[in-house]
Design a protein around this ligand. Structure first.
Ligand code: NDP
Length: 279
């Protein structure tokens, strides 16, 4: 069965839009893009469009490739100190002359809609309530909304990035799964992935997971977004894995839209945190 991320994302967007409409203040997200990376431009456009649909105002900062780190930090500091800005997102990757860690950690944790600030990541590790990165959050939401049990399941996450693999593994653990994290140094990957009741893949290699690596009736979550000959494909070889999986997310229309919808939820959460703090 196909896990339709697009439909679920539409429902979430409608719910967020209703909540936003009920709030008198204009909820505002600062979107910061450095340079003209084509993939980043696509992601930023999608985020902008989704914000518009949900009634969230976008405060755009499209900055030149050669902006200095100091100048970028100044812009973030202004957004941090502006009470009319409720969320801040710096599109990754940043040019190599800028230290992404310093930039991410300069964002006020209460405005950190991507959940990548070290404070929010630390809270996630500690199992505290926090702002969870949008992609892993979208994965868990999609599974839960489709009534897929996570507790007690053998979950294998392939990929251990700060953005996807690590936070996703922690979320599965919080949901009482038995979690294995695989990566480029994993030996006998196939043996590991074959044990998975739920297999989540965030590697960035097109069609990397083939049917022989998947247990029959496993739930397969494909987070990868790769372009092959002008077409978007995931990290999972959909044509053959969909034959043996009980549930599978497609690419596109799977985790991509869920990520955007989860971002909208995070903007609303950031607004609510700041409202609580100012009341
Ligand atoms: P990274 O490049 O940061 O991480 C890739 C991970 O895959 C690393 O942990 C790496 O291991 C692991 N890996 C690489 N090669 C292998 C291999 N041969 N066997 C096992 N593991 C391997 O990527 P991201 O996590 O940022 O993104 C992963 C994918 O998800 C990309 O396609 C990206 O476009 C997509 N993505 C999709 C989003 C969405 O909205 N749907 C959002 C964000 C990302 P190691 O750590 O050892 O190097």
């Amino acid at each position: 069965m196909i896990l339709d991320g697009k439909k679920m994302a539409e429902l979430i967007t409608i719910r967020v839009a209703k909540e936003v409409a009920d709030i008198e203040e204009k909820i505002t997200l600062s979107l910061i893009l450095v340079g003209q990376d084509p993939a980043s431009l696509i992601y930023i456009n999608k985020k902008q469009k989704a914000c518009e649909e949900a009634g969230i105002i976008v405060d755009e900062h499209f900055l030149d490739d050669n902006i200095t780190q100091k100048e970028l930090l100044k812009i973030i500091s202004e957004c941090n100190n502006n009470s009319k800005i409720h969320g801040i997102l710096v599109q990754m990757p940043l040019p190599s002359h800028i230290d992404a860690d310093i930039v991410l950690n300069s964002i006020n944790p209460n405005k950190d809609v991507d959940g990548l600030n070290i404070i929010n990541q630390g809270k996630l590790l500690a199992g505290m309530e926090t702002i969870v990165p949008a992609t892993p959050k979208g994965v868990i939401t999609l599974l839960k909304k489709n009534y897929i049990d996570i507790a007690g399941k053998n979950v294998v996450v392939v990929g251990r990035s700060r953005l996807v693999g690590k936070p996703l593994s922690l979320l599965f653990l919080q949901n009482n799964a038995t979690v294995t994290i695989a990566h480029s140094k994993t030996v006998n990957l196939k043996e590991v992935t074959k044990r998975a009741d739920i297999l989540a893949v965030a590697v960035g290699i097109p069609n990397f997971i083939t049917a022989d690596m998947v247990k029959k009736d496993a739930v397969v979550v494909d987070i990868g977004i790769n372009k092959v000959e002008g077409k978007l494909v995931g990290d999972v070889k959909y044509s053959e894995v969909s034959e043996i999986a009980s549930y599978i997310t497609p690419v596109p229309k799977g985790i991509g839209p869920m990520t955007i919808a989860s971002l909208l939820e995070n903007v609303l959460i950031c607004y609510q945190i700041q409202k609580r703090l100012s009341d």
